[in-house]
Design a binder for this molecule. Structure first.
Ligand code: GUN
Length: 288
């Protein structure tokens, strides 16, 4: 069997087009232009690429994009003052502080300072708590993207066995909550879990979000499983450009899985598309 490749690029493009249509409608009918502010501290090359892509795609969807680039040595007080200003700014409906932050800044304090109504990353404890309680909340973008990709294969996830490998606040933990909301049966695994192959063998849905290149092997998978690979790992190639690989051994998995996301071209494309969805949602909620 050769797995169906889940085309994250095409699904993300479709979602962005739907957001752009809806933005055009709220502009026309409600004179509302959703606005997203992205804050980047320092010069992490990967973060600079993500932020540029967020800016371009926000504008392409017809929204306002406000970029704030701060020096690596910005003080915590100055960053908090910027967030307070963005919280009050009526043109800004979504605020995203690109992570990771330099070590001199206290990430939790910064995230907690964002108005939960503008927290399009879904990382504020109010939103994380509401999600965990099964209440309506702004939810983190990558896990939202994982659910949309899964639903491109399965109309309903009810009763399916899912395993989430990874327990980060940005991906693993919120993904578990979203899967529970879909009535899946969820196993939460992580770097200290025993016998991961055995746990994976039971799973109809496998989500790999550990940040370890090609850790999940083909022979761990239940035949026909749907595999969503969140990992983006840069592997050095002697004398060449680094190669991007996921957390799943793709070629091996291809022969066992029923459907699988590629890296690149899978989950990565969905994160920014879902950020646009969250910004539109926040704008509509704030405007009433
Ligand atoms: N860094 C990598 N992914 C993300 C994300 O989804 N949100 C933020 N704020 N930072 C990130």
């Amino acid at each position: 069997m050769t797995a169906r490749i889940i085309d994250g690029k095409a699904i993300a493009a479709e979602l962005r087009a739907r957001v752009a249509d809806e933005v055009a409608r709220v502009k026309r009918d409600h004179q509302l232009t959703p606005g997203l502010a992205v804050v980047l501290v320092g010069h992490d090359p990967a973060s600079e690429v993500y932020v540029r892509s967020k800016h371009t795609q926000t504008q392409a969807a017809g929204m306002a994009s406000f970029e704030h680039k701060l020096p690596e040595d910005v003080s915590q007080a100055d960053l908090l003052a910027l967030i307070a200003r963005l919280n009050r700014d009526p043109m800004v409906h979504g605020i995203l502080v690109q992570l990771p932050l330099p070590k001199s800044l206290h990430t939790e304090t910064i995230i907690n300072a964002i108005d939960p109504a503008k927290d399009v990353d879904g990382l504020h404890p109010n939103n994380a708590g509401r999600l965990a309680g099964g209440l309506a909340a702004l939810s983190p973008c990558t896990p939202l993207g994982c659910i949309i990709l899964t639903k491109s294969v399965h109309a309903s996830l009810e009763g399916m066995n899912a395993i989430v490998i990874g327990r980060s606040n940005l991906v693993g933990r919120p993904l578990v909550q979203l899967l529970l909301n879909e009535n899946a049966t969820v196993t939460i695994a992580h770097s200290r879990s025993r016998d991961l192959p055995k746990l994976c063998a039971q799973a109809d849905l496998v989500y790999a979000a550990v940040g370890r290149p090609e850790m999940v092997r083909g022979d761990w998978l239940k035949p026909g499983a749907t595999v969503i690979d969140v990992g983006i790992n840069r592997i050095p190639v002697p004398g060449g450009k680094p190669k991007l690989v996921g957390d799943v051994a793709f070629q091996e998995a291809l022969n066992v899985a029923g459907a699988i996301t590629p890296v690149p071209g899978g989950v990565g494309q969905m994160t920014v598309a879902c950020l646009l969805v969250n910004t539109l949602r926040a704008a509509c909620a704030i405007a009433g």
